[in-house]
Design a protein around this ligand. Structure first.
Ligand code: PLP
Length: 405
């Protein structure tokens, strides 16, 4: 399938190019010393991760440890609220640790083991990536340092406890807004000092090459499974696929299964409290081209051209940029990026819980909220939503802030 001059039959061979570019986005904008570390990871990825030994070990882990494949569920009662549109969810909430993040963490930690590294380092926002990496580190016997903003530590206390129980060292980041962006800054700084012994396991399809490609490839299991399962269940492809976008890993995993199909694809960003800068984190919708955390993408900037302060009710979505592949798919129009606000998200959180018995993560609730709006616009057809994670981590916060609806 061709879209705006881009051939999607051969897309994964051509994107990214050998320097990590998706069109003008991506690349690697980092100090020379760190570039050496990235080159080592890139080489290892191309050789080790493509070997049949690595692939079969990861396949076994996914089946025996993670509990893959995760199912697709038809949402009968929720669908009945939107007329003639059938809603389905890909259940990444049922992946071990309760979110899609373990898909790339097990891959990254297995790579670390093959490379002889002793430690994994990462940032986390909602804590899901931190929990997933702490889990992977425990599984492979690696040390684990997780950098987390003080604000998120307070908001996501159950995940902080889980990381500690799993043996990870949780490092509190207190500068700036003390959320995800600052956690990434601090984790990168630590990695620069420790790269000989450690490997940075980034939490999304962001950062310098090869991370956007590597994380997408590890997450593509979601889209591959989902496409096969959906066709098996319904005999056809979904009309639309929807996923929330923070850095963009769950979305890229899901979308990669459908890019070459006649399926409408929607990425959903957080509009938070409104359109004013600082009240949302909808970087693809409102941002401009810029470099941050070692990659070129679309980002929200303040008046000095620096990454702008961002906000979302979802800790995992409040990041002032998104992965370079999303910026590329945005510009060529293959994926449409749109927004939902906090209120719509909280409504969707309760709707899915009450009508289907599934408590979604606040991040994933953004995708559910958008699918409900989209369904009303479509009138008929089918929508497959990536339910990126479960909402146990968010329950205390939601009850305290919004009460029971
Ligand atoms: C459940 C869940 N979904 C989505 C996200 C957003 O990350 P990404 O955009 O990389 O999928 C997070 C991040 O923490 C998350 O925990």
């Amino acid at each position: 399938m061709k879209h705006n001059g881009i051939e999607f039959d051969t897309y994964f061979k051509n994107y990214p190019d050998e320097n990590g570019f998706f069109g003008k986005y991506g690349g690697s904008y980092i100090p020379e010393d760190l570039q050496k570390a990235m080159d080592e990871i890139t080489q290892a990825y191309y050789t080790i991760c493509k070997s049949s030994k690595f692939i079969s070990e990861l396949r076994r882990i996914r089946k025996e440890f993670q509990g893959r494949p995760t199912p697709i569920s038809y949402l009968e009662r929720l669908s009945s609220t939107v007329g003639d549109v059938q809603l389905y969810v890909k259940r990444e909430d049922l992946n071990h640790t309760g979110a899609h993040k373990l898909n790339h963490c097990m891959g990254e930690a297995l790579l670390a083991k093959y490379m002889g590294k002793k430690k994994v380092i990462a940032e986390t926002g909602a804590g899901q990536h931190g929990v997933a990496l702490a889990t992977a580190a425990a599984y492979f016997g690696l040390e684990c340092d997780i950098y987390m903003g003080a604000v998120d530590i307070k908001k996501q206390a159950p995940n902080v406890a889980r990381m500690k129980i799993l043996g990870a060292n949780v490092v509190e980041v207190t500068h700036g807004l003390a959320t995800l962006k600052e956690a990434v800054d601090a984790a990168f700084e630590a990695y620069c000092k420790e790269y000989k012994n450690a490997i940075y396991c980034i939490g999304s399809v962001v950062g310098p090459h090869p991370f956007p490609m590597m994380v997408r490839d590890f997450q593509s299991v979601v889209g591959i499974e989902a496409r096969e399962q959906f066709v098996g269940m319904t005999g056809e492809l979904p009309d639309a696929v929807v996923a929330c976008v923070g850095g963009g890993s769950n979305a890229m995993g899901m979308f990669s299964g459908f890019l070459n199909d006649p399926v409408d694809i929607y990425g959903v960003e957080p509009l938070g409290r409104g359109t004013a800068l600082g009240d949302h984190a909808a970087s693809l919708k409102y941002g401009t081209e810029g470099i941050m955390h070692g990659f070129n993408s679309i980002m929200l900037k303040d008046e000095n051209g620096e990454p702008a302060p961002v906000y979302s009710v979802a800790s995992g979505l409040d990041y002032p940029s998104s992965g370079p592949e999303h910026a590329f798919l945005h510009d060529i129009g293959r994926v449409k990026y749109d927004v939902v606000n906090d209120e719509e998200t909280i409504d969707a959180f309760f709707s899915l819980s009450r009508l289907e018995g599934i408590i979604p993560a606040i991040e994933s609730s953004h995708a559910v909220a958008y699918a409900l709006k989209l369904a009303k616009k479509m009138g008929k057809g089918s929508i497959l939503i990536n339910l990126s994670g479960r909402g146990d981590k968010d329950m205390d916060y939601i009850i305290e802030k919004y009460g029971i609806r």
